[in-house]
Write a protein that binds this ligand. Structure first.
Ligand SMILES: [Zn+2]
Length: 474
């Protein structure tokens, strides 16, 4: 995957070839995305790409946010490109409070809007695209041509949608887009915080695959696939090189960011789960979202939060590798009592949600992990025999927290929780880090730290102090 500064139409096929040549894995899905066009002038191909997949009226789905391409109105340009088609209906989705959410009401509006469409064209953010994917999926697979307007999250190129159900974010199965257009001239005109957040989102590739692999090694997740990780991680170190170019809105850097991001989304679709790119750093971000929802604070940009949290996860990985030797792992592993843990999980969320609903929801998910951990002790015993091998394997995806801080700085992205928009105060950030392992059933390095007695208050503070010395953390 080299970086041509001209229009690149081959990414989907290159990834298909790589997946086929790779080691495979249990129950991988085929890459269901049809075509991907990345680079300058991608939008000029819109009419051709629509004509190639459409069999009837076209529905144009947009949000209400004004957007630019080369300084002029993007949405007007999209309509102009579709001017040659006889039947184009335009549907502008607006959120209840001026911010678009993939909630039940909005999903229903979009599903109704695309009825009878021969092709849907979406123009907008990750949320708008997820709504369009859901609507097309609901109609049995209406072709969807998506015009991506920022490189902020990896959801443009996977077959899942993040929706809001009863105020809680859930990832649900959806459709792949048929054709994805990523025009550098549109990406360059996106608010800079969006593409900077994309750098943060992608820092997860230096921690999450290590967590996914760890979960497999301790016997808690049989879905790990080195072939899936290779789809995005083979060129992953390039992110550290191009981060400065993203900060300067350099076209080639943005193209490369888009390719890395698109490959990462495809990997999630192939794996059929978010685990390849969602480990400890994502649980911390989810904790921030949950606490923001409770206090009525606006939720910050997902990728920006993930980037700040990924540095903390990398520092914990570094510390755990240094702390655990093969010998000690066998002796320090603990299986806590169910009663103690139930009290602990529910207690962790009692301030954020005094009604107890959130704590009960998290406990029902966490209890599965605790149960699996208790049952996985033979695998943990085996891991202790092979700890050195395991460390060399995960080191292939990890990078140091220093390098991650440098990349965030170079991109101009937030590095500390207090630098996020809106800022997260140190107490809330520390709460999110210290309790991130309690929110769901996914096994991460924070779980291994906890189950080996290395995640007490003092440990959390030492990790955060280490990150603070690097310029990140609270
Ligand atoms: Zn993410």
């Amino acid at each position: 995957m080299t970086a041509p500064s001209t229009l690149d139409e081959g990414l989907a096929d290159r990834l298909r070839d790589r997946l086929e040549a790779g080691p495979g894995g249990r129950s991988l899905h085929p890459i269901g995305i049809g075509r991907i066009l990345i680079g300058p002038g991608a939008l000029d191909r819109l009419a051709d790409e629509v004509a190639a997949v459409s069999s009837g009226p076209i529905v144009l789905l947009e949000d209400a946010t004004p957007m630019l391409r080369l300084g002029t109105d993007l949405k007007a340009a999209v309509e102009k490109h579709l001017g040659g088609f006889a039947d184009v209906r335009r549907e502008v989705l607006t959120g209840r409070d001026g911010q678009l959410h993939a909630d039940d009401g909005t999903l229903a509006v979009a599903r109704a809007a695309v009825e009878g469409a021969g092709c849907v064209v979406s123009v907008g953010s990750g949320t708008l695209t997820d709504i369009a994917k859901d609507a097309c999926n609901h109609r049995g697979g209406t072709p969807l041509v998506a015009v991506q307007t920022a490189v902020s999250v990896n959801g443009f190129s996977d077959d899942m949608a993040v929706i809001l159900r009863d105020g809680v974010k859930r990832t649900v199965p959806s459709s792949w887009v048929t054709t994805l257009l990523i025009d550098t001239e549109i990406i360059r005109d996106a608010p800079e915080a969006m593409n900077q957040a994309g750098v943060g989102e992608l820092l997860a590739m230096f921690t999450a695959p290590a967590d996914w692999h760890l979960a497999a090694l301790v016997g808690l997740d049989g879905s790990y696939s080195a072939g899936v990780v290779d789809l995005f991680r083979r060129e992953g170190d390039r992110l550290l090189t191009i981060a400065g170019g993203v900060g300067r809105r350099d076209g080639d850097a943005l193209d490369e960011l888009a390719r890395l991001m698109t490959a990462s989304g495809i990997a999630l679709g192939v794996a059929g789960r978010t685990a390849p790119l969602s480990g400890m750093e994502h649980t911390v971000s989810h904790m921030l979202d949950m606490s923001a929802g409770h206090t009525g604070t606006p939720v910050g940009l997902h990728g920006a939060q993930v980037g700040v949290a990924a540095v903390v996860a990398a520092a914990l990985w570094e510390r755990m590798i240094a702390t655990l030797s093969a010998q000690s792992l066998r002796h320090v592993v603990v299986v806590p009592s169910v009663e103690d843990l139930e009290r602990r999980v529910k207690g962790a969320f009692s301030d954020v949600d005094p009604s107890g609903t959130m704590g009960a929801e998290c406990w029902s998910d966490y209890a599965k992990k605790l149960d699996a951990w208790a049952g996985a002790q033979p695998s943990v015993g085996e891991l202790s025999e092979q700890w050195d091998d395991a460390v060399s394997a995960v080191r292939r995806v990890l990078v140091s927290p220093e390098e991650m801080v440098t990349a965030l700085h170079a991109a101009g992205a937030p590095v500390r929780f207090r630098d996020l928009d809106p800022p997260v105060d140190p107490d809330r950030a520390r709460w999110a880090v210290a309790n991130c392992h309690l929110m769901r059933d996914r096994f991460t390095i924070a779980d291994l730290a906890f189950f080996t007695g290395n995640w007490n208050d003092g440990d959390v503070d030492e990790v955060l102090d280490r990150v603070a010395d690097l310029g990140g953390g609270l």
